[in-house]
Write a protein that binds this ligand. Sequence first.
Ligand SMILES: [Zn+2]
Length: 294
Amino acid sequence: MKFSFSLLLLLFSTASFSQVTFKWLGTSGFILSDQTTTLMFDPAMTHVPIYDFLPFMTVESDKPEVDFWMNKCGLKSLQATFVNHAHTDHVIDAPYVVKKFGGKLYGSSSVLNVGLGQGLTNLQVQKIKHGDSWKIGDFIIRPFRTPHAPHVLDIMLMDGHIEKPLPTPTSPWNYLVGETHSFLITHPKGSILFQAIGKIHDIDTLKGLKADVLLLTIANRKSSEDLIQNRVNPSQAKLIIPLHHDNFFIPMKRENGIDELWGIKASEFQEKLSLHAKQIKSSWPQYCQAISLF
Ligand SMILES: [Zn+2]
């Protein structure tokens, strides 16, 4: 009798929560869903070519491009969109997806000013900070402050904060970084650590965090060894999905295949993983390919 009751409990605990799936949207954008609740992070399917950084050029969300990818990913509705920082390659499509698919936009004051500049109301935006905890459906999302590293040498492009609502079209140089967050996402089925910045800061707020799945930005990393020693192995993750290795200056390939970001050396990172983190499975999905996390 005791055995069957435990079995019943076990069956209930595994059956009562649906699987959590991940779909990559390019750069560090992705969708997480447990069938009931769907979250989006860093939607930036609109890629901004380098010539758009010339003086007098302006950018805005490319709605047909976003529609194509949301249709390909089978997205029906959203309960929340989180943005890690306010550079174009993380935030540019966030206001549009919130308007079209629902939920609120969560981010720094700079991220919120991108949303407000494109017509989101105060009820559709939510400021987040290090130490917060947000429960959305069965997901709990906790932001951690992880400062953006300089792009070249000590030079940080588009530094500062967006102080007021930013209407579009506008120069990509107006997308100032603001506060930068990584996220620990927990669900009754398992946990996910999304490290949004490739270079680990001297003050490592993610130190000691463990998760079943590691979503790891590898752009602008100090070295593959640094990420593996200080994040991949300590996280004790069973699965790692590297992010931010595709080229966000050219349009996303609509058929299979990824254009690699110049100088990213994704295969070198994978080789080092195979050498120094043999116990961890890695996955390099195509855009919108569903990966079952747990
Ligand atoms: Zn950035």
